[in-house]
Ligand binder design. Structure first.
Ligand code: BDR
Ligand code: CA
Length: 321
């Protein structure tokens, strides 16, 4: 039996899609309960279609997809077509899934699943935090019932990736991030400080392409413009695989070095909107509210990721994909 019951709250998004593939490539470790979608990298409608289509490609349409919030709590939606392409999945064009999303709203699914198995469900939050914030407001008991939240977001000691100070997931809905960070939930925070250096290279993609089938082709098509974007915008030698690294912490926690720290979010100043302020120096006197990832074993993670992708690619072919 897989040990880790996981809900992925997501705005797919290229690296979000790679996260679903990693979850499906870890059947011994992960019981993927559902994907819950949110507007972010692309619109909610597109994000939901992408989630369904990627699951279908990986022959995993039995995993429910619940539709969540289209817009942030207070601010207009900012999408990221320059990073993820106009569809959210780079150059990939996928067959449409025959399966629709489930009728239950993402916020209600989060609440129901967390309360149904107290202490068992991990939420891997890899998009703006709108759904999780509303779930906390609607059913505060989930704070005690959730096993943990693994959140990809924030820029603690480095420049942001969407403004000089802010990271995308927090910037898009800073009010929601504020609610989640101050909720009392056990949170592991994987910030851009760490993920920007976790790079999937074109060489990695070429190696994966030696395995036949739709999964390697999808990874190649979806990451091609993402790799080009990271080269042009950040001068990186590959694309940052932020979100899969967050999922990996659910079943390989020893990849990370953690530090307990108090983190707050700016949501009033136009100039510094979405900045995550981390009190590493203990100047505020506030108790820590997250376990921040301050170190990460990137070589071990990348080897694992590529091995799992190759395994999934073979399995999908064997199953007639
Ligand atoms: C985060 O923003 C999104 O563009 C990515 O999918 C990731 O979740 C990185 O800042
Ligand atoms: Ca994401």
């Amino acid at each position: 039996m897989p040990q880790h019951r996981i809900i992925i709250d997501t705005d797919p998004g290229i690296d979000d899609a790679l996260t679903f593939l990693l979850a499906l490539a870890a059947p011994a470790e992960i019981d993927l309960i559902a994907l819950t979608t949110v507007g972010g990298n692309c619109t909610l409608e597109q994000a939901t279609r992408n989630a369904l289509d990627v699951l279908a490609l990986a022959q995993a349409s039995h995993i429910p997809v619940a539709v969540g919030c289209a817009l942030p709590l207070m601010r207009p939606l900012l999408t990221a077509a320059e990073t993820h392409g106009s569809t959210g999945l780079g150059n990939a064009v996928l067959p449409a899934s025959p399966v629709p999303p489930i009728a239950e709203h993402a916020v209600d699914l989060l609440i129901r699943e967390i309360l149904a198995a107290p202490g068992a469900v991990t939420v891997v939050a890899i998009g703006p935090l709108t759904n999780l914030a509303l779930a906390i407001r609607k059913a505060p008991r989930i704070v005690q019932a959730v096993k943990q939240v693994i959140m990809m977001g924030g820029a603690l000691r480095v420049d942001g990736n969407v403004t000089p100070l802010a990271e995308f997931n927090v910037y898009v809905d800073p009010h929601a991030a504020h609610i989640v960070l101050h909720s009392g939930m056990p949170i592991t925070l994987l910030p851009w400080d760490i993920t920007r250096a976790i790079l999937l290279t074109q060489q990695d993609v070429e190696t994966l392409l030696q395995v036949a089938g739709p999964i390697p082709r999808f990874v190649a098509d979806t990451t091609r413009p993402y790799i080009a974007f990271h080269a042009a915008y950040f001068n990186f030698a590959g694309c940052s695989v932020n979100d899969p690294a967050a999922l990996a912490l659910a079943f390989m926690p020893d990849l990370a070095t953690l530090e307990s720290v108090y983190v707050d979010v700016e949501y009033t100043s136009a100039l510094t909107m979405g900045k995550t302020v981390a009190d590493f120096a203990h100047t505020t006197g506030h108790a820590p509210n997250v376990q921040a990832v301050v170190g990460f074993d990137t070589p071990r993670f990348m080897a694992m990721l590529l091995e799992r992708f190759a395994w999934l690619a073979r399995r999908v072919v064997e199953q007639g994909g």
